[in-house]
Ligand binder design. Sequence first.
Ligand SMILES: [Zn+2]
Ligand SMILES: [Zn+2]
Length: 331
Amino acid sequence: MRALVLRAPKSPLVLEDRPAPRPGPGEVLLRVRACAVCRTDLHVVDGELPDPRLPLVPGHQIVGEVLEEVPPPGDGPRFARGARVGVPWLGWTCGVCAYCRAGRENLCDRARFTGYQIDGGYAELAVADARFCFPIPDGFPDLSAAPLLCAGLIGYRTLRLAGDAERIGIYGFGAAAHLVAQVARFEGRRVFGFVRPGDDAARAFALSMGAEWAGASFEAPPEELDAALIFAPAGELVPAALRAVRKGGAVVCGGIHMSDIPSFPYSILWGERVLRSVANLTRRDGEEFLALAPRVPVRTEVNVYPLAAANEALDDLRNGRMSGAAVLVPP
Ligand SMILES: [Zn+2]
Ligand SMILES: [Zn+2]
């Protein structure tokens, strides 16, 4: 099979011919139909996350077709042959640590992640643990479904951690934001978009996705916010968002990596404001979000790249040259 491979961080991916992977007990072999590109892929390729498996096939928003499943001994298959399934970032958890037992498998001490410790979907074929794959809802074409698997899921978890806030500020209007804004509007919330100063295209994009107001990151919104969600990896947005939320409001950071947060006066946190992060996802988040998405219905804005153009897709994301989500499609 053909695959895009990271041989060393901070170097471009290399297109390689590799032997087809073989599923072990409990695993499925998938023909990759689409794999969306996540900012986390960029952090892995750019060497901003420690100790990736090397060489590595990145990609953790895979829509695949089941070619073969090897059930664990004494068990039946989870999926029919030919079924469309999604493979997310959470690839394996231990099931026995304190976090797993408490329903917080996203924090599992031994968790392994797709496209990081496990080969991912920048390839023609992929293997995944069947217990961590989701059925893709009917009516969602492959290209529209792929970005739901991380941008959608993590965005959904970020919104959930903001509680029942009505006025939601969203910082960084990329793949996650454009999906979560639609869910927030569906739930009757009000959305305020924050984009890079001078980025008129992003501003228009935020408005088209249901934001009632969109402005520059450091601008004050027209009224106080009940919560802010930060999807851009820029630490200086944290004090800006704290200044925009009301007493008792929450600022939730949805990314896996962020530049350092500059120091800020205690007065902008005081008033029982809450600052927290989101880490990974649980399978429950995935089931809830994929049940909700067709009801909204969530519309995905997609930029399609052939698999062999993965480096270009990453570069366009790195340089903010796209709105919505990039999706790789094998030949
Ligand atoms: Zn665990
Ligand atoms: Zn991701």
